[in-house]
Write a protein that binds this ligand. Sequence first.
Ligand code: SF4
Length: 280
Amino acid sequence: MKTIFLCSICNVSSGSCNEDCNFCTQSIKHGADIERYSYKDIDQILKEAKRNKKRGATGFCLVTSGKGLNNTKLKYICEATKEILKEIPDFNIIACNGTATLEQLKILKKAGVTSYNHNLESSEDYYSNICTSHSWQERFDTCLAVKEAGLNLVTGGIFGLGESNEQRVSFIDSIKKLKPKTVPLNFFIPNSALPLQTKPLEVDEALEIIRWVRSELPDVKLMVAGGREITFKDRQNEIFKAGANVIVIGDYLTTSGDDVNKDKQMIESLGLNIAKTHNG
Ligand code: SF4
């Protein structure tokens, strides 16, 4: 029986990014109406970790907004990781803190982080259309460093940014080169404050993307992350047949997710198994 993994995310530092990614509400340049705070209390992070574990999540991703890691952020993520693991030793801790050096990644690993998420977002040649404040190459280099540090690489991107089919192919070719463990697929969520004003993808097109990525990357954990509810609406059950085997439960970074019980019922009604641990 096919097993579905539930992952959860915690936005530990929100909305204070100086970068200009035109699809992202966390950039201070766009003035989107979202909650903004610097560092969440570690007690609060721990509370959220316990709640998500109880809900059935096998992974917990500590996400910070901003371009990359600095010493303060690194120390904070290490501390949060250690506190979580003291109480939930089998939780798969994923860090998602932007560009990072090999040294920084090694420190995270030592603190107990098992995976690092850094998305390529789109193809190399389309990237300058969605971000001008940093390069695609920097993102690719961080992904390489993640592997060198011995962490599991989680890398994917976002569809529906106005990219062409050729650019989608080039993007997935780059993902293939990195041989990641998990590939998150996000689908653009429109927001009136953003410079990018494209409509959500049609359900059939988004399902076709999942089917195609699964055929290109048969062995990865394929995650449908942001944009699931708004893109797939009442056809979310079809993402699993198309090839997804991981979903994000609970809330996303700046948008609310569906009710967790509803998600679990959907999976069980399809006769699928919900993973008990991150290894299945
Ligand atoms: S670097 Fe990350 S947090 Fe900052 S604007 Fe870009 S996508 Fe958003």
